[in-house]
Design a protein around this ligand. Structure first.
Ligand SMILES: [Fe+2]
Length: 312
């Protein structure tokens, strides 16, 4: 139970730092995926990490982020000096698009994650990176989730595209349900999920959008918007290949998470993104996601099972 976990750890004042949080460890041990945000556990170092991250991103957002994101940051009234309370974020976000940030203790298996999007719930990490290492973080933290993702969820067109993507996971489950041979079921589920993960990666996480004045591109992907180094790199570096989004390519393109992305895709608008999600679903129904190219991302058994179990 969340309250017991909190009582046990409060006396230790440990903070809620990535990979160093007894509260989170205890929640995981108790099998609690959805949790409350124990706001009092954030220590001075945690708030300082948020302050530094927010301060150094502000100018870069003005320059490289798409305008809907900038409006989103304003809408959410994020405090530049303190880790946000999810409750406050939701107060500003939910009336606009119905989206709510929901605190989680760790990794959410793929189907559950996508299905949360359908319900307009966004599984949100509540820990924050170490103030000593602001740049390097292999896993999401509250800065990535709240400052990178959530401002986009205040925009109705983007929110519709994201929730629509969640619905596509339901379509996948319907397809998986009809496959009787267990080995074939795993093989096709893996291929469909790989295609979905790649689509999510090259849009929601690392997407670029044509600038409103037609000149150049702006970022809307949260992986870019939460990275001090990669945000300008993604928009300006001659080392990055940028192409209009092409679904055939996206679903077959492997990606690696441990370096700046050398290849990015551009959408024209969030209405365009919404349409692409529809095409993805159509292709899924036609069997065109059943044999995508192998390679990254690797999918865990838990992720694959999450789809198969949902279809049982
Ligand atoms: Fe993300």
């Amino acid at each position: 139970m969340a309250t017991t976990v909190r009582d046990e750890t409060t006396q230790m004042s440990p903070g809620l730092t990535t990979a160093r949080s007894p509260f989170i460890e205890a929640a995981r041990e108790h099998g609690e995926l959805y949790i409350e945000q124990p706001y009092d556990l954030y220590n001075a170092e945690n708030h300082d990490a948020w302050r530094q991250l927010f301060a150094r991103m502000s100018d870069r957002w003005q320059r490289y982020a798409n305008p809907r994101f900038l409006q989103g940051v304003e809408t959410l009234c994020l405090d530049p000096n303190a880790v946000p309370r999810l409750e406050d974020v939701n107060k500003f976000m939910a009336p606009r698009t119905g989206f709510k940030a929901k605190a989680v203790s760790g990794y959410v298996p793929a189907f559950l994650f996508f299905d949360s999007l359908r319900k307009r719930e966004f599984p949100t990490t509540i820990t924050i990176r170490d103030a000593e290492r602001l740049d390097y973080l292999p896993e999401p933290d509250i800065f990535h989730d709240i400052a990178g993702h959530v401002p986009m969820h205040t925009d109705p067109a983007f929110a519709d595209a994201l929730a629509r993507f969640g619905e596509v996971a339901q379509t996948a489950v319907e397809i998986v349900k009809r496959i009787k041979d267990p080995a074939e079921q795993v093989r096709r589920t893996t291929s469909i999920m790989k295609a979905m993960a790649r689509f999510f990666w090259f849009t929601v996480e690392f997407g670029l959008m044509r600038a409103p004045d037609g000149n150049g591109v702006k970022a809307y992907g949260s992986g870019l918007l939460s990275s001090y180094g990669e945000l300008p790199h993604s928009v300006e570096s001659p080392l990055v290949q940028r192409y209009p989004i092409q679904l055939e390519w996206v679903i077959n393109q492997y990606f690696e998470i441990d370096h700046y992305q050398p290849l990015l895709f551009i959408v024209e608008s969030f209405e365009h993104l919404f349409e692409q999600v529809g095409v993805l679903e159509e292709w899924m129904k036609q069997g065109r996601l059943d044999n995508v190219s192998p390679g990254e991302p690797g999918l865990s058994e838990i992720d694959v099972r999450s789809f198969i179990d949902a279809s049982a």
